[in-house]
Design a protein around this ligand. Structure first.
Ligand code: PLP
Length: 279
């Protein structure tokens, strides 16, 4: 009997149910993917394509960190460039944060329901997820006290909050988020994928050394298909070396790395004008 190669798969992944991938009718509106319905500006796409074709594809990218893009993102967020790490979509960054900080058996506290990739990635890391239910009768408000208590009770390594939350669309007031950051146990990852749509600025929370803010260009800048589009702002400049060491080594194989200069241009154009939102 040949040995089953599946036995060698990381037990966290082996135990997971496959994610269903049904054929999607392209005519249907995929509301559940939260794409930017206004689309990407055609004239800018043309400019990006020209810059992409001018790149020398035979050469490795220069350096491991796209500093020009990082500097522009830092200025946009009002943080220092050393606090910013760029990646290929939040999905990639979520995986990186979890791989970087969760030893097997670690605990992650998060509201439920929330963006599904957090639960899946925690499972892949063989971490335990403590779900704190969001209740329709409370308008899905953030149960801050329960999150704080659970994080201490389980000595959580990580607390995850999507603000605003997906799929409930709930806006969490800044003082409630600040309370969680101040009192909970572990690192707090706040996913701000929809930050620009609610005009909430959480960068001051970075003053607490245990906060990571996750942002993306997929939503407000309509770049979900590009995938070189997400970035995080870490709190602690002292820990920058540690973060960048582990993230650079995990991600220098990224296939889209070479194209970063083109996305830098794109971001510069887009961030210079007011975001287009659906009216
Ligand atoms: C809360 C949240 N975070 C992250 C993402 C994924 O963003 P990205 O396109 O950067 O992977 C989504 C996508 O729907 C989301 O809802």
């Amino acid at each position: 009997m040949p040995e089953d190669s599946a036995n060698w798969i990381n037990p966290g992944i082996r135990g997971m149910a496959p994610v269903g991938r049904r054929r999607v009718d392209p005519e249907l509106h995929r509301l559940q993917w939260n794409e930017n319905a206004t689309g990407f500006p055609a004239e800018l796409k043309e400019e990006v394509l020209q810059r992409l074709s001018a790149l020398d594809w035979a050469r490795y990218p220069h350096g491991l960190r796209p500093w020009v893009l990082i500097e522009r993102l830092a200025a946009y967020c009002g943080v220092q460039p050393e606090q910013v790490v760029v990646s290929d979509g939040s999905s990639d960054l979520i995986k990186m944060v979890m791989a970087a900080i969760l030893p097997p058996g670690a605990t992650v506290v998060m509201p439920n329901p929330t963006f599904l990739l957090y639960g899946l990635n925690a499972q892949m890391q063989q971490a335990r997820v403590v779900d704190i239910p969001l209740r329709p009768e409370d308008d899905f408000a953030l149960p801050a006290q329960q999150i704080i208590e659970a994080s201490h009770a389980h000595k959580a390594q990580l607390v995850v909050i999507c603000a605003p939350n997906n799929p409930t669309g709930t806006f969490y007031p800044t003082d409630v988020l600040a309370d969680v950051v101040k009192h909970c146990h572990g690192l707090v990852l706040i996913d701000e994928a929809y930050a620009e749509f609610c005009d909430q600025d959480l960068t001051h929370l970075l003053a607490n050394g245990r906060v990571v803010l996750l942002r993306t260009l997929s939503k407000v800048f309509a770049m979900a298909g590009v995938r070189r589009t997400s970035y995080w702002c870490g709190s602690c400049r002292r820990s920058e070396r540690c973060w960048t060491t582990c993230t650079s080594s995990m991600r220098c194989s990224s296939p889209t790395w070479k194209t970063t200069p083109a996305w830098t241009t794109t971001f510069a154009f887009l961030s210079a004008r007011p975001p287009r939102t659906i009216s």
